[in-house]
Unconditional design. Structure first.
Length: 661
């Protein structure tokens, strides 16, 4: 027998919870909290359903375990329940410019947060400088040996990880170390840390916890590697809508927008890092759990480096292995400091190379479908599982607080990441790490890689037999995405297919590093500037039936990494299509092929000429200016049987109830 329990904002935890609304006697009806409903559902064996009525629920934090297998938690039909992982901030005191609220728990160091949501909008924190970043003078002249090569050639010291030397005049004694937080930009990640001390004579900041990399690392070859921003200080208040947490005086300080009054605003600050926690354990998995139709908002993050991909942050929904046959459907997740959904296993921080591909995840058949996630301080969905899927989701504004965060991140075998839309990310839209047989297909990406470098619309690392197909990557920004990649196969990726994808306005549509035996075919790359196809230290690639249209030059580097290069249509408005030869690196083996003496100049690029395998010709798009990349009837692409990319196939499939497709 299936049991239903009801939760409502006008409920009472002393009631039975078996009625959807209070009875006429006002002595029974729905319960008031989700945690009480879970307790009641555990009194029964078999499947149970918890139905949550519309309205706002504050300071929500529940923990589910194997006793909750078979449970469904869902919104009441036609209603919108909002579960806040925080509490309201009220009793504002107004002065000429700023409003303040006394928060004794902040003064007592019992409550700390870096997110404030006012009237449903994530308000920007006080930021110094107002735009751009500061350049520091720290140096760490140590070689990065690649991720699979062990990272830094020598480990950084604690002092190197906790010290930043700032430039003359940038900071000074005015900086309140009790308030200030710093984001140090590295290259493909960042570190947000607190400040323990400032020494104006030596011009140094000492962090309260280590950064993920030493300031100044990567400084010789990547942008952002010597930049930083200071948050949460009075000096960072530049315009209405900003706020900061005054830990020294125990106050929240807010600069109101025009028309706001202390009595009218709805302000919420986070108290919880997780709203729904699902905790499996060895021998006792959580199985057959469904969460559907809820809205989750406002979560917290700790003050420490979030790491690559913001991996150290939790999700509003956090699941810990083993989870089996669990579903997250039609959820709305917004204004969160960390991730929206994170399903992890014991290999969360796996770094061993060589055995991870064969290790199955204890999380099995997890589904994240039909969800909307917006304004995410961290990332969207981080899924570590196998035989699982993230499909038909919409994600917007990813990495607002932690730029290294990723929209859709997966680890494991046979993961399906399809028909999603990801817009406005600070780093990669999709990332895949380790595993075999996954597919990333028919997704739409717009304006990705807005802050950091060395990521992509789709970035994968140490994967095998992966398929990227039918994806669309677009830039709507003036000048396009000059330092971004669209489709990126990184270290030890093997036997992968990058097929029938579109990239528009991306200078590096195909970038490959330390990968081998992969195939790039049927893609269309269009850019108003140069186009670079790079295969650094890679080997045995196939490049077939691709169309490249560039207003600038087209460069393949190193072209000798491509062993099969034929039936492509290449057009450079500048008349410059060239290849560059470099040494070829086989992962696990020696560098082979071209031998270079470091004292001699690198080889000159050579022109690719039109022949039976390659056509240097205008592909004949119907209307490049209007974004119509179908081919005219006389297009030379038809000579090789190249098909146009159907953009309508990419992105969420709409109108499907409960995320079912």
């Amino acid at each position: 027998m299936k049991h239903d329990y009801y939760v409502a904002v006008d409920g009472d935890d002393a009631w039975s919870g078996t009625l959807p609304e209070p009875n006429t006697a006002q002595d029974d009806g729905p319960v008031a909290t989700l945690s009480r409903a879970v307790e009641l559902a555990r009194e029964h064996t078999g499947s149970c359903r918890i139905v949550v009525g519309g309205g706002a629920y504050y300071d929500v934090s529940i923990r589910l375990d194997e006793r909750d297998s078979g449970l469904t938690i869902e919104a009441a039909e036609g209603e919108t329940p909002v579960l806040y992982g925080g509490r309201r901030i009220t009793r504002w005191k107004a002065d000429e410019h700023f409003w303040t609220v006394d928060v004794p728990e902040v003064a007592a160091s019992e409550w700390d947060f870096r997110l404030l949501v006012v009237d449903g909008v994530m308000r920007p924190r006080a930021r110094y400088p107002e735009t751009g970043s500061l350049t520091h003078e720290s140096e760490f002249p140590v070689r990065w040996m690649t991720s699979t090569g062990g990272g830094w050639e020598r480990p950084p010291t604690e002092e190197e990880l906790t010290t930043l030397k700032y430039a003359e005049g940038d900071l000074g004694e005015w900086l309140d170390v009790n308030k200030a937080e710093v984001t140090v930009y590295h290259a493909w990640d960042d570190s947000m840390v607190g400040v323990a001390a400032i020494d104006p004579e030596r011009r140094t900041l000492t962090f309260s916890s280590p950064a993920g990399h030493p300031p100044g690392g990567f400084g010789s070859w990547l942008e952002h590697a010597r930049t930083y921003v200071v948050w949460n200080t009075r000096e960072g208040m530049h315009r209405p809508g900003q706020w900061y947490l005054d830990r020294t005086r125990g106050k929240v300080v807010y600069w109101p927008l025009e028309g706001e009054t202390p009595e009218s605003i709805h302000a919420v600050a986070p108290t919880q890092e997780r709203i729904i926690e699902i905790a499996g354990r060895d021998g006792a998995p959580v199985t057959d759990l469904t969460v559907r139709g809820l809205s989750l908002s406002v979560t917290n993050t700790p003050l420490r480096s979030a790491g690559f991909g913001a991996a150290n942050l939790d999700g509003a929904i956090t699941g810990m292995a083993p989870l089996v046959d669990c579903r997250f459907l039609d959820l709305t997740l917004t204004n969160l400091a960390g991730y929206a959904i994170k399903i992890r296993d014991a290999m969360q921080n796996r770094s061993a190379v060589g055995t991870v591909r064969s290790r199955p995840s204890p999380n099995q058949r997890i589904q994240i479908r039909g969800c909307t996630a917006t304004f995410l301080g961290g990332g969207g969905f981080h899924l570590m599982a196998q035989d699982s899927a993230m499909t038909d989701n919409l994600l917007e504004h990813v990495g607002v607080m932690y730029p290294a965060a990723i929209g859709l991140w997966f680890t494991g075998d046979r993961i399906d990441v399809s028909h999603n839309e990801v817009t406005d990310t600070s780093y990669s839209a999709v990332a895949g790490h380790f595993g075999k047989g996954s597919r990333v297909s028919y997704n739409r990406f717009t304006d990705i890689m807005q802050v950091l470098q060395d990521g992509a619309a789709i970035y994968v690392f140490y994967v095998e037999d992966l398929l990227m197909r039918g994806n669309v990557t677009l830039s709507t920004k003036e000048g396009g995405m000059k330092r971004a990649h669209a489709y990126y196969l990184d270290e030890f990726s093997e036997n992968c297919d990058v097929a029938e994808n579109l990239a528009v306005g991306v200078e590096w549509p195909s970038h490959n590093h330390m990968s081998q035996r992969c195939r790039i075919w049927g893609n269309v790359f269009v850019c108003n500037g140069d186009v670079n196809v790079t295969l650094t230290r890679s080997s045995d690639f196939m490049f077939e039936k691709n169309v490249i249209y560039a207003r600038g030059k087209i460069v393949f580097k190193p072209i000798n990494a491509i062993t099969n290069f034929y039936h492509n249509v290449l057009y450079s408005d500048a008349g410059d299509v060239t290849g560059v030869e470099e040494p070829i690196y086989t992962p696990g083996g020696p560098i082979t092929g071209l031998t270079l003496n470091p004292d001699e100049p690198a080889p000159e690029p050579f022109a690719l000429v039109s022949n039976e395998g390659t056509l240097l010709a205008d592909p004949g798009f119907i209307d490049v200016g209007a974004g119509n990349y179908a081919f005219k009837s006389a297009s030379p692409a038809f000579r090789w049987g190249i098909l146009a990319i159907d953009q309508a196939l990419a992105g969420p499939r709409r109108g499907k109830a409960n995320g079912d497709v």
